[in-house]
Design a protein around this ligand. Structure first.
Ligand code: BES
Ligand code: ZN
Ligand code: ZN
Length: 490
């Protein structure tokens, strides 16, 4: 686990790597003034002899021969007003990846000036960039596994940042949990595993959890969700976590995550190429789990219900076949015209049940729902669908702050798939498919203010090479939710 601190000066006892945040190309600024002269000279030599130019986001990383300062990472960070704050996160990611490679335990980041959210965003980036899931590499020696333990931001206005940096560790642990759940293979991260993790999270102060198995779900009428998991030997579950951080209020907001632990497509089988990527089809539920853990660990003064529908979409004689009809929790009938459009079935029942039972003031669902959103937005933005202007604005603004960018997409009834016999059809179109999925979900939100976030393109970096700076699972949604909910409570 990586911890954070912020300090006015480089501690006398510091031993580890320093990161230079170079605002002005190759010039060593005030931040570097704190370094011993021998180290400064060594840095100047490297900077002037190398091909490094200090361009935006350009990194150089090298060891130095000094007792205390063992390694230097420099990153070009020229400030531009027009930059989204997320840029600072991306710079941090690059620095974090270098620190991880260097094998240091400790790092100090020497900031020149403080602008906007630079310090916190950059630190978040360092955490994102140094994270990895390497338990399965048997040839890695202990010192080669994630070793970075502490990162200290150095700036003369440290006092202004103390409170924010204090909660950062808990926030980023939530992000790590979300990322790890996605990275883990589906023979480990299956529905049972999600239940186990939820029960662990439920031990935190203010948190409670209810877990419903197949027998109960049948009684409760969550037939759409059950139909998806029916071909799996793993028992499907609905996990409902309730966090009460504001005892004075009875209002709860609600997060609902798609937890398809693996999506083969079912009888509408997915093609071989890239099927392995479908272990990420539970990234929505991982984001909900990570956010719930982070809120509790931060002692956030918010009330939130986190709901996860966790199933495996497999193939078996019992599974859905195209054209079967089921009755949803809200009483509507649904033709399953495509067994690969399973996410909307899981979310529909999870949302409708939660709204009926808990009457949340607001619902946000998050899901790797459609390939169509990847076509539309690539790996740069997640799709945001909501009829609610306030939620659209607040969520979009939050995404700009955390670097998890959202782009609002259309939500018009004429995107809906036309049913033949039943009330609704889960099928998707080749064109506009992300909106088709979203209008399907809208039927299950009723009158509750609702937003849907499609993260199929942003959940994992390998899907669209080069789009995201992080490796593997991105943890998209955790910081977004924590920030959105906490700001909304103020
Ligand atoms: N899990 C997929 C969506 C997905 C695609 C996630 C790529 C991550 C990366 C979803 O269940 C799915 O298969 N959607 C279909 C819908 C279609 C059959 C209507 C799709 O997008 O092709
Ligand atoms: Zn699918
Ligand atoms: Zn899916």
């Amino acid at each position: 686990m990586l911890s954070f601190a912020v300090n006015e000066t480089l501690p006398k006892t510091f031993k580890g790597a320093v990161v230079l945040v170079l605002e002005d190309k190759l010039k060593l600024g005030k931040g570097a003034a704190a370094l011993p002269k021998a180290v400064r000279d060594a840095i100047e030599t490297v900077l002037s002899n190398s091909r490094y130019q200090g361009g935006e986001g350009e990194v150089i990383s090298f060891p130095v021969a000094h007792d205390a300062i063992q390694h230097v990472v420099a990153i070009g960070a020229p400030f531009k007003k027009e930059n989204d704050i997320g840029v600072y996160t991306n710079w941090g990611v690059k620095a974090g990846a270098e620190l991880d490679k260097s094998g240091v335990k400790n790092a100090a980041i020497l900031f020149e000036t403080v602008k906007d959210n630079l310090i916190t965003n950059f630190l978040e980036g360092v955490h994102l960039g140094s994270f990895r899931t390497d338990d399965f590499k048997t040839d890695l020696k202990a010192h080669q596994k994630g070793v970075l333990k502490k990162v200290t931001a150095i700036h003369k206005k440290a006092a202004d940042y103390k409170a924010e940096v204090k909660g950062l560790g808990a926030l980023m642990d939530g992000v790590s949990l979300g990322r790890e759940l996605v990275n883990l293979p589906p023979n480990i991260a299956n529905p049972d595993y999600m239940v186990k993790v939820a029960k662990d999270v439920a031990k935190l102060p203010g948190m409670k959890v209810e877990v419903f198995g197949e027998k109960q779900l049948e009684k409760m009428g969550l037939n759409l969700l059950l139909s998806v998991g029916k071909a799996s030997t793993q028992e499907s579950r609905l996990i409902v976590m309730k966090y009460t951080g504001d005892k004075k209020s009875k209002d709860y907001k609600c997060l609902v995550g798609k937890g398809v632990m693996f999506d083969t497509g079912g009888y509408n089988l997915k093609p071989t190429a890239g099927m392995g990527m479908m272990k990420c089809d539970m990234a929505g539920s991982a984001a909900v789990m990570g956010a719930m853990q982070a809120l509790a660990n931060r002692g956030s003064k918010v009330n939130v219900i986190g709901v996860i529908g966790t199933v495996m979409n497999m193939i078996d004689a019992d599974g859905n076949i195209p054209s079967v009809i089921h009755t949803a929790h809200n009483g509507q009938t649904v033709e399953v015209m495509n067994t690969d459009a399973e996410g909307r079935l899981v979310l529909a029942d999870a949302m409708s049940y939660t709204i009926a039972k808990h009457k949340p003031t607001e619902v946000i669902d998050i899901a790797t729902l459609t390939g169509a959103i990847m076509m539309a937005l690539g790996g740069q933005y997640a799709g945001l669908f909501t009829p609610n202007e306030d939620m659209a604005k607040a969520l979009t603004e939050t995404g700009k702050r955390t670097g998890e960018r959202l782009w609002r997409m259309p939500l018009d009834k004429d995107y809906a798939a036309k049913p033949t016999l039943a009330d609704l059809n889960n099928d998707g179109a080749r064109f506009g498919g992300a909106s088709t999925a979203a209008v399907f979900l809208q039927n299950f939100a009723g009158k509750t203010p609702w937003a849907h976030i499609d993260i199929a393109g942003v959940a994992m970096s390998e899907k669209i090479p080069g789009a995201m700076p992080v490796k593997g699972a991105s943890g998209f949604g955790v910081r977004l939710f924590v920030d959105y909910l906490e700001k909304g409570a103020k």
